[in-house]
Design a binder for this molecule. Structure first.
Ligand SMILES: Cc1cc2nc3c(=O)[nH]c(=O)nc-3n(C[C@H](O)[C@H](O)[C@H](O)COP(=O)(O)OP(=O)(O)OC[C@H]3O[C@@H](n4cnc5c(N)ncnc54)[C@H](O)[C@@H]3O)c2cc1C
Length: 398
C-alpha cells in the first residue's frame, strides 16, 4: 500500500517525484521501460521552465551544462536570408529573470532523477507496465501487466502521449497524427560548418518545412532538427533514417541551410502527434500530468516545460493538505487554459509562422522583420513570464 503513485518516469513523472520529495512527500514511480532515460537530443528551456526548476533546486546545476544562446535567428530557408535576429542576451534576461537555454535531454532527466533519488523519498519500480486503473472509494487501484495491482490514495498518470491512464479515464483513443515528420541529429561541434556555428536558436522557415539548429553540451555538439509535412499517417517515434533520405526531403532548400543538414548523421524520425485540449484531467483521485494531459506539437518548444510546471504546481497543492477534489479542481483550473494555449498556439504558429508559402510567407517575413525586441518579448510574455511558484501561492498551495 502506498499513498502516491506516479505512472511514467519521463521528464514529467520524475519532476513530480522530485517536487513532492522537496515537500517531504514520498511517492512510488512505476515505469514500463527496464531503465529510466531520455533520448539523445537537445531540449529548449524557456525562462518559465527555470522558474519552475528553481523550486526544485536545479537551476544552477542545469545552467552549468546548458548553452544560454544569445539570439533567436529567424531565417528564410528558401532564400537563405535573415528575416530578423532577436536578442536573447541581457535584455531578455532582464525582462524574464532567466536566460533562454538549451540542454541535452539526458542531462535534464538525469538531474531530475538523481536529485529525486537522493532524497530517499522516491521508490522507483521499472519494468512495470500499467494497463489501467479502478477507483475504489477513497483509494484507487493501479493495474499492471503480469503483476499484482498497486493501491494508492492518489494516482498521477504521467505516462506520455499514449497514456494508459488517460485511456482508462477518457477513452479518447489514439492521438491525432499530424503527418509532420521531424528528423533529429546531434553532431559533434567539428562537424558543423564553421560559418554556421552560431550562438543562437536558429530557425529556418520554408514552405511546409522548417529547420532548427543550436549548440549543445557546453558547445561540444550541435542539435539539428528538420521538420516537413510528409502526409505520414504512421505514429513513428525515433525510427532510424538514412542520411540520403533526409537530404532528398530537404534538398530544395537554400545552400546555407542545406550545408547544416548535410553535416547531420544518425538521423532519427518522429511523426508528430498531438491532441485537442480537454477539460477533464481528473477522475476522483486519479489525475493526469504532462503529455498525458496536454500533448502538443513541439513548435513552441514547451511540452517538457509545461510538464515541469505541472509537477511543481501539483506538488504545491498536494502539500497544502486539502482534499483530493479540491487539489484536482485547483490544479485543472490553474493549468488547463495555459497548456491549451500552448497546444492550440503550436498548431497556429506551425501553419502561420514556420510553414506558410507564397503571400502568407511574405506577410510573415514582413511582420517579423519589423518587430522590435521589446515587441517580441511582449508577444512571448504570456509564456515566459509565468512563475509557477507565485501562481501556486496565489491559489493557496505551498
Ligand atoms: C521533436 C520534438 C522536440 C521537442 N522539443 C521540446 C523542447 O525543445 N522543449 C520542450 O519543453 N519540449 C519539447 N518537446 C516536448 C517534450 O519532449 C515532451 O512534452 C515531454 O518530454 C513530455 O514528458 P512526459 O514526462 O509528460 O512524457 P514522456 O516523456 O512521454 O514520458 C512518459 C513515460 O511514461 C512511460 N510509460 C508510457 N506508458 C506507460 C505505461 N503504460 N506504464 C508505465 N509507464 C509508461 C514511458 O516509458 C515514459 O518513460 C519536444 C517534442 C518533440 C517530439
Amino acid at each position: 500500500m502506498v499513498n502516491i503513485l506516479i505512472v511514467g518516469g519521463g521528464i514529467g513523472g520524475v519532476a513530480l517525484a522530485l517536487a513532492l520529495a522537496r515537500h517531504g512527500i514520498a511517492s512510488t514511480l512505476v515505469e514500463a521501460a527496464p531503465v529510466l532515460g531520455e533520448i539523445g537530443a537537445g531540449i529548449q528551456l524557456g525562462p518559465n521552465a527555470f522558474h519552475a526548476l528553481e523550486s526544485l533546486g536545479l537551476t544552477d546545476l542545469l545552467l552549468r551544462d546548458a548553452v544560454t544562446v544569445k539570439a533567436f535567428d529567424l531565417m528564410n530557408a528558401d532564400t537563405g536570408g535573415r528575416i530578423r535576429q532577436f536578442d536573447l542576451a541581457d535584455p531578455f534576461r532582464a525582462r524574464f529573470g532567466y536566460p533562454y537555454a538549451v540542454v541535452h535531454r539526458a542531462d535534464l532527466h538525469t538531474a531530475l532523477l538523481r536529485n529525486a533519488e537522493a532524497t530517499g523519498l522516491v521508490d522507483i519500480r521499472t519494468d512495470h507496465r500499467v494497463t489501467g486503473y479502478t477507483r475504489t472509494g477513497e483509494r484507487a487501484r493501479l493495474h499492471l501487466a503480469g503483476r499484482p495491482d498497486l493501491e494508492a490514495d492518489l494516482i498521477i498518470g504521467a505516462d506520455g502521449i499514449r497514456s494508459a491512464i488517460r485511456e482508462a479515464m477518457l477513452g479518447d483513443g489514439p492521438p491525432r497524427v499530424s503527418g509532420h515528420s521531424t528528423f533529429r541529429s546531434v553532431i559533434p561541434l567539428e562537424k558543423m560548418p564553421e560559418d554556421l556555428r552560431w550562438d543562437s536558436m536558429t530557425i529556418w522557415v520554408g514552405h511546409k518545412v522548417h529547420v532548427v539548429h543550436y549548440p549543445l553540451k557546453g558547445w561540444k555538439s550541435f542539435n539539428l532538427v528538420a521538420t516537413v509535412h510528409e502526409a505520414n499517417d504512421r505514429p513513428v517515434a525515433g525510427e532510424p533514417v538514412a542520411n540520403d533520405h533526409v537530404l532528398r526531403v530537404f534538398g530544395h532548400l537554400s545552400d546555407t541551410v542545406l550545408r547544416a543538414i548535410t553535416a547531420g548523421e544518425d538521423w532519427k524520425r518522429w511523426v508528430l502527434c498531438d491532441r485537442d485540449p480537454v477539460l477533464t484531467w481528473a477522475d476522483g483521485n486519479v489525475l493526469l500530468l504532462g503529455d498525458a494531459a496536454h500533448p502538443t506539437l513541439q513548435y513552441f518548444a514547451q511540452g517538457a516545460c509545461m510538464a515541469i510546471e505541472d509537477a511543481v504546481c501539483l506538488a504545491g497543492l498536494i502539500e497544502s493538505g486539502r482534499n483530493t477534489a479540491s487539489i484536482a479542481a485547483d490544479y485543472s483550473r490553474e493549468r488547463q487554459a495555459r497548456t491549451a494555449r500552448v497546444q492550440i498556439g503550436s498548431r497556429l504558429i506551425g501553419d502561420n509562422v514556420f510553414h506558410p508559402g507564397g503571400a502568407a510567407a511574405a506577410a510573415r517575413d514582413d511582420v517579423f522583420a519589423n518587430m522590435t525586441n521589446p515587441a517580441f518579448y511582449d508577444h512571448m510574455s504570456w509564456l515566459y513570464d509565468y512563475r509557477v511558484d507565485q501562481r501556486v501561492a496565489a491559489i493557496g498551495g505551498v
